[in-house]
Write a protein that binds this ligand. Structure first.
Ligand code: CS2
Length: 489
């Protein structure tokens, strides 16, 4: 069957939305590092909205830092792909804002040249938490990270880390006398712009102190909060799109109808007029970040660890179990109690909207997908709240149960006895710890400073609670452990 391509746009069935703008006019003005499904269902869609509304020449050059799969999907399709939005009914829309995809390991110079291109005004990133090569507990660059080591040793001649590519591109801009640029992190980290600035500055200082000074003066690192649930594309999604479009699209992204983007108004150069398509530009993103990371992502991680181990493959299945729903609601109310959200924010509506979003059965959002990289996610999703609860002398049993559930997940065995692989950059180390005799597992995992900082020294009582909850999960299972906790309050 024919493949989706620019020539076919005029022939797609009625009801499939297609770009209304002239794609020939688009120039490589945004370089996006990490062109996975999330970027294509979020930032690229906002730009497509804008181009549909106002035209213009902002085009995205996507960069894959590892695999060539997205390039193989999109390049034969001239960058086009379908957004399959799964609400009450499926909506099909062709997105046209991506004009090129570079596979970094195949062509590192092209990435550096793209960042240093005179038309480029914005470099954005969705490289996941671990892509920053930082210590999640302190935010500083991991100097002993293998990719950072390699970039330092090679003096960025053939970068491998995202930070390495950024600095190599900035160096070329600096040497060519080009203006500075905006580096926009769109990952689920608190103060993501500050984290990015910190790792970029640290590595730049080692590579070239003059460059580091130039970066301080000419480059900005706005923080941003991004929100849209984008499950991994399935074969069923590809078939569904093929049947609707009558052509093959290998680059489909599926997502929920909801979407939100809040960006700190701090740009080195003009950026697209995102505000006109619903992006909130503000001086301070932190309140939005905290609400989203702790309530949405924090609940997600809870759902993933309890759900996956207990036999539930999808988020909506977990939320439909009354006992897990009760746990999520209790979790949200404890997280909310120390959130310090603006009083004008309607928390009740936000929380019930989250539950509805989680319940969307069409999304088929995998618990295993969310469970990935817990070592990088837990600090901002759970531990910030936990620290505040401790500081305020509040009860921490619920969070002890959550951490125990993560440790149980790390044991890599589902309730039916099936073993699975734990995907995490710290998997090797974590595996060693959970392989210790049962009564030493919790203490070993909690001793990991990159995740927990000094929590175990500061809160011995909490360590005891996590040990108890871990025993309880092993002996009595999740349902009884949750009932014991919620029933006791
Ligand atoms: C999820 C997020 O995979 C995960 O860890 O919690 O990707 C989540 O779906 C998005 O942040 C929603 O905006």
């Amino acid at each position: 069957m024919t493949r989706l391509s620019p020539e076919l746009l005029g022939e797609l069935p009625a009801g499939v939305d297609v770009p209304s703008y002239d794609r020939q006019k688009l120039k490589p003005r945004i370089v996006h590092l990490g062109i996975g499904a999330f970027h294509r269902a979020h930032q690229a869609v906002y730009l497509d909205d804008l181009l549909n509304k106002q035209g213009g020449d902002w085009g995205i050059v996507g960069v894959s830092l590892r695999s060539d799969s997205v390039a193989k999907q999109l390049l034969p399709q001239g960058g086009l792909y379908t957004q399959l939005e799964k609400g009450a009914e499926n909506q099909f829309r062709i997105i046209g804002s991506v004009i090129d995809v570079i596979v970094a390991p195949e062509n590192p110079d092209a990435v550096i040249q793209a960042i240093a291109n005179q038309h480029t005004g914005l470099v954005s990133l969705t490289i996941t938490e671990k892509g920053y090569c930082h210590n999640p507990a302190t935010g500083t660059l991991l100097m002993d990270h293998s990719e950072i080591q390699q970039d330092i040793t090679n003096n960025l001649r053939r970068p491998v880390s995202a930070v390495g590519f950024i600095i190599a591109g900035l160096k070329l801009r600096y040497e060519q006398g080009l203006p500075g640029i905006t580096l926009l992190s769109c990952d689920n980290l608190p103060n993501n712009g500050h984290v990015l600035r910190c790792v970029v500055s640290e590595l730049a200082r080692i590579i070239d102190p003059m460059l580091s000074e130039w970066i301080d003066k000419h480059v900005t690192f706005p923080c941003s909060m991004v929100d849209r649930i984008v499950p991994a594309t399935t074969d069923a999604d590809l078939t569904c799109v093929r049947e609707r479009l009558g052509v093959v699209d290998k680059g489909v992204v599926s997502c929920e109808p909801f979407s939100q983007w809040v960006v700190e108004n701090n740009f080195a150069q003009p950026v697209p007029d995102y505000a006109s398509v619903g992006v909130l530009l503000t001086q301070d993103v932190s309140a939005y970040e905290k609400i989203k990371l702790r309530l949405l992502n924090g609940s997600h991680s809870l759902i993933a660890y309890f759900g996956y181990v207990n036999g539930f493959d999808f988020v909506h299945q977990v939320v439909n179990q009354p006992v897990f729903l009760a746990l999520i609601q209790r979790y949200m109310s404890e997280a909310q109690s120390v959130l310090g959200a603006p009083t004008s924010f309607d928390m009740k509506a936000y929380k019930s909207q989250l539950i509805e979003r989680f319940k969307n059965p069409a999304l088929q959002h995998q618990t295993y997908q969310i469970a990935m990289d817990g070592s990088q996610k837990i600090p901002q999703r759970w531990l910030e709240t936990l620290t505040l609860l401790l500081d305020n002398g509040r009860d921490t049993q619920l969070f002890a149960l959550l951490i125990a559930a993560w440790i149980t997940y790390l044991c890599a065995k589902r309730i039916d006895g099936e073993y699975f692989e734990v995907m995490d950059p710290m998997a090797e180390q974590l595996k060693e710890w959970v392989g210790l005799p049962d009564d030493r597992v919790v203490d070993a995992v909690l001793s990991c400073e990159a995740i927990f900082g000094d929590l175990s020294q500061r809160a011995p009582q909490l360590v005891r609670q996590i040990n108890q909850q871990y025993q309880s999960l092993n002996q009595q299972g999740a349902v009884e452990s949750i009932n014991n906790l919620i029933g006791n309050s």
